[in-house]
Every structure is written in structure tokens, then in C-alpha cells.
Design a binder for this molecule. Sequence first.
Ligand SMILES: *[C@@H]1O[C@H](CO)[C@@H](O)[C@H](O)[C@H]1NC(C)=O
Ligand SMILES: *[C@@H]1O[C@H](CO)[C@@H](O)[C@H](O)[C@H]1NC(C)=O
Ligand SMILES: *[C@@H]1O[C@H](CO)[C@@H](O)[C@H](O)[C@H]1NC(C)=O
Ligand SMILES: *[C@@H]1O[C@H](CO)[C@@H](O)[C@H](O)[C@H]1NC(C)=O
Ligand SMILES: *[C@@H]1O[C@H](CO)[C@@H](O)[C@H](O)[C@H]1NC(C)=O
Ligand SMILES: *[C@@H]1O[C@H](CO)[C@@H](O)[C@H](O)[C@H]1NC(C)=O
Ligand SMILES: *[C@@H]1O[C@H](CO)[C@@H](O)[C@H](O)[C@H]1NC(C)=O
Ligand SMILES: *[C@@H]1O[C@H](CO)[C@@H](O)[C@H](O)[C@H]1NC(C)=O
Ligand SMILES: *[C@@H]1O[C@H](CO)[C@@H](O)[C@H](O)[C@H]1NC(C)=O
Length: 407
Amino acid sequence: MRNLVQLLPPLVLPILSFFILTLSLIHAKSVIEPCSSSDSCTSLLSYILPWDSKISEIASRFQVNISDILAANSINPEIPSLGNQILRANFHVKVPISCPCVDGIRWSMSTTYRVQEADTAESVSHGYGGIVSAEQITIVNGINASNPLLNRQSLVIPLPCTCFNNSNNGVTTVYMSYVVQSGENLSSIGLEFGTTVMDLKAINGLGQPAIDQGDILAIPISACSSKNLNWYNESLIVPNGSYALTANNCIKCNCGASDLNLRCFPSGIAVPCSHLQCKGSNLFVGDAYVNQTAAGCNVSTCMYRGHSGGKIFRSLSSSSYVQCPGKQNYSAASPLGSPSSPNPLIPFITVTPSPSPFPGSTRTVLLPLVLQVHNIQTYLIMVACLAKIHVAIYCYWPLSFIISCDN
Ligand SMILES: *[C@@H]1O[C@H](CO)[C@@H](O)[C@H](O)[C@H]1NC(C)=O
Ligand SMILES: *[C@@H]1O[C@H](CO)[C@@H](O)[C@H](O)[C@H]1NC(C)=O
Ligand SMILES: *[C@@H]1O[C@H](CO)[C@@H](O)[C@H](O)[C@H]1NC(C)=O
Ligand SMILES: *[C@@H]1O[C@H](CO)[C@@H](O)[C@H](O)[C@H]1NC(C)=O
Ligand SMILES: *[C@@H]1O[C@H](CO)[C@@H](O)[C@H](O)[C@H]1NC(C)=O
Ligand SMILES: *[C@@H]1O[C@H](CO)[C@@H](O)[C@H](O)[C@H]1NC(C)=O
Ligand SMILES: *[C@@H]1O[C@H](CO)[C@@H](O)[C@H](O)[C@H]1NC(C)=O
Ligand SMILES: *[C@@H]1O[C@H](CO)[C@@H](O)[C@H](O)[C@H]1NC(C)=O
Ligand SMILES: *[C@@H]1O[C@H](CO)[C@@H](O)[C@H](O)[C@H]1NC(C)=O
């Protein structure tokens, strides 16, 4: 650690609110984010599996919870004994890590590795998919010829991470550290992760687009935020392509890939959970009810509003629309806005639709809800209703939006 920090003082220049340095740590480039506060943020590692691994092994390699790995990779949590599922070598696993400020830079130092016989710094680096180089491992742990790796020694694994205020051009963003693979360039990486060469250059402080195998890039992943949802006692940032469990695992919030809006509903995996039904209605969190009236369409939704001290806050909101255009055929095989759409990228794991968390309940309709919030004043609500007759009704252009709290 000491040696690494000694490399830094000339680099920790006057810290503007936000600036970036690309540091050539021995040979590979990586982005360094100076910091001064004691806060931390959520960030991701893109871990390219060096060999076939159980999800539980990946979790213990990085000392994160299995459930957090499942959530970051949008693997349905309801499948039993998921920790024993094996992911194939070369699969890209997103590993969520907390990104604190350590000695003036963003860097995670909380993962440790127990040295085994025949390990070298290179083999340990390989085991972590090259996300940390052999040189960094030796520098941080003071390993040298006279102070070699010892069997059973505990090594600190310094993991690269960045926060950049969880924002990118005003969009809520989670940053993912990514090891450049052989043959990749900024445009191929941009294409893979839905970002641009210009963004990648700016974020990583690259003067020119040349990158080399083994370089570490910070890749912006757009995210859903609860910031504008007016939640009590809670804020959530959920990267695109993942979900988060909250309220003691009673609530699952998905990040909508198309609209970057949080959709929260009962997770169905934790018992007991109370306070899931909106007062004065038979709607549960995440449900919507569409009432076609002569004047148009009245949509009532039961929304999650945060949690505190074992209590889940939720509120019934209703919106009126001039029209409920187009009754459309709705195929149960294409569950639009379904809470549990499978992630097609996960090999060999078949995701079954989540059963209703309330098998015995007497709800009249169960409606997956897609909610778009552009700003406080303007709401565009699109509701897909899966009624008994498999008809979807889309409602647009609210005339009003009324929130009544019932906590
Ligand atoms: C970080 O983002 C928040 C809002 O998301 C903003 O108010 C704040 O000024 C930003 N801080 C910096 C240092 O950019
Ligand atoms: C893992 O889960 C346990 C219990 O749910 C929690 O106390 C702990 O903080 C979690 N660890 C991490 C790294 O999130
Ligand atoms: C090896 O590292 C130890 C402690 O990390 C240090 O005291 C020693 O001077 C180093 N030796 C060499 C040859 O660099
Ligand atoms: C980047 O890589 C892709 C595929 O690997 C290749 O088709 C493309 O020509 C490369 N672009 C540049 C600018 O080198
Ligand atoms: C929770 O929210 C209430 C108001 O909604 C506030 O008074 C209280 O301080 C908050 N508690 C925490 C721990 O943030
Ligand atoms: C979210 O990710 C999906 C692919 O995983 C992508 O198609 C979509 O464009 C992304 N959405 C945003 C807003 O970046
Ligand atoms: C639907 O709206 C009409 C007119 O506002 C009202 O009379 C009726 O009770 C509503 N139906 C339900 C189920 O709320
Ligand atoms: C919509 O329905 C809710 C709940 O049924 C009701 O409170 C509200 O007044 C209705 N709004 C309109 C415009 O009918
Ligand atoms: C629904 O689909 C069937 C055949 O797939 C078609 O005959 C029918 O007109 C459709 N109904 C609506 C409302 O689009």
C-alpha cells in the first residue's frame, strides 16, 4: 500500500470537483479517480471468468454476497441452490463492489486472498481475470525477492473502481471496471456496452483512442435512480440490466432497460413481508388497475415508496388519461414489463416465471407496470395490463397525477 501511495502525490494535483488522470501503473493503463470524502458508491467489476466457476466461488473470491452477484447479473433469485450453478470460463460476470476513498483515490482494498501452494503473483492476477495486475499485487503487499509470497499468506487484492459522482452527462450512471481483451478497441467496447468512443475517451482521460490488452477502463453503465421518486428513508441506484432487493428482501426493484425507470414489486422470496398492500384498495405494491370510464381512462397504481425500521412505505396514486388507445392482443409468451424476464446472456440457466407471491389472494387483476417519470411535473405512464382475456391497454397523456400517501 505504502509504495503505491508514494506513486501518487505528484498526481494528486489541485483537486477540482471532478477530474481524471490516467496513470501508467508499471505497464497497463488504468483510470484513477482522486477523492477526498469518506463516502463510497456502488460500482461494478467486469470479471471474465478464468475457468469454470460456481457462483458461490465467485462470491467468495470477491467476498461479496451470492445474492448481490445474482442481482447484478439479473439472475432470478427464486431458483433454488443457485450458488451451485456453474458459469463457464470466459463468461463476463458483473461483480458489484463498494467503491470507497482510500488514501485519496477510489480503490477497493477490502478483498483478500489466501495464498495457496504454487501460487505466484501472476497466477493470483490471472485468477482475478487480470482486473488487478501481478505488479499491483506485489506493490500493495510489499512482495519482493527478499519478501516472497508465503503459503497461507493473506494478500490484499486492490480492485479498481470509480464513482464519478454516479453521473455521466446528467444521467445516473454506475461505472464498471473492465480489462481490455486482446483485439479490442474503443469502438468495439463502446458497441458492446452501449457507450461511445467519445464518452470512453473523456471518462478515461485518454488523449488518443489507442488502448492495449490489459488496460483497465471505466465503462459507464446507465442506471435507474430513486432520486425523483420521493422515497422515504431510502435511495437506490440500480444499473441497467440488473435488479436490487430491498426492504429486507421483501421488495425487488428492476431497472427498465428501455426507460431507465425503477419497477418495484414484492420479491416473493422473503417471508414474512407485511405492508405490501395499498390501503383502501386491493392492489399490492407494483400493481396497477385500469378503469375505463366515459371520460377516458383512470389508472390506479400501488407504488413502493421506501422503507424504514421494518415498515414498507407505499402509496396509491391515480392518473387520468384522455384516451386508452388500442386494445392490443397480449401474448402471455411475451411478458412486456414482466418482473422476471430472463436474461438471455446467462448460459444454461432457465428462468421460470415468478409465481405470484400471494397465491391465495383475491386480487381481481395483476398488472405489471411500466412507469416513466420525466420530471416532477410531467408523467408519462404506460400501463400494460394482463387481464384474464389477455388484452393489453396502453394509456397515455395523463391529465393529472395525484399521489395520496397512506403510510
Ligand atoms: C454530484 O451529483 C449531484 C446530483 O446528482 C450534484 O448535486 C452534485 O453537485 C454533484 N457533485 C459533483 C462534485 O459534481
Ligand atoms: C451480505 O449479506 C449479509 C446479510 O444479508 C449482510 O449483513 C452483509 O453486509 C452483506 N455483505 C455485503 C458485502 O454486502
Ligand atoms: C522487500 O520488501 C520489504 C518490505 O516489504 C522491504 O523492507 C525490503 O527493503 C524490500 N527488499 C528489496 C530488496 O526491495
Ligand atoms: C475495432 O475492432 C473491430 C472488431 O474487433 C474491428 O472490426 C474494427 O475495425 C476495429 N476498429 C478500429 C478503429 O480499429
Ligand atoms: C426517515 O424519514 C423521516 C421522515 O420521513 C425522518 O424524519 C427520519 O429522520 C428518517 N430517518 C432516517 C434514518 O433517515
Ligand atoms: C440497457 O441495456 C440494454 C442491453 O442490456 C440495452 O439494449 C439498452 O439500450 C440499455 N438501455 C439504456 C438506456 O442504456
Ligand atoms: C370505474 O369508474 C367508474 C366511474 O368513475 C366508477 O363508477 C366505477 O366504480 C369504477 N370502477 C372501479 C372498479 O373502480
Ligand atoms: C380514479 O380512481 C381513483 C381510485 O379509484 C379515484 O380516487 C379517483 O377519483 C379517480 N379519478 C378520476 C378522475 O375518476
Ligand atoms: C387478436 O388476434 C386475433 C388473431 O391473432 C385477431 O383475429 C384479432 O382481431 C385480434 N384482436 C385485436 C383486438 O387486435
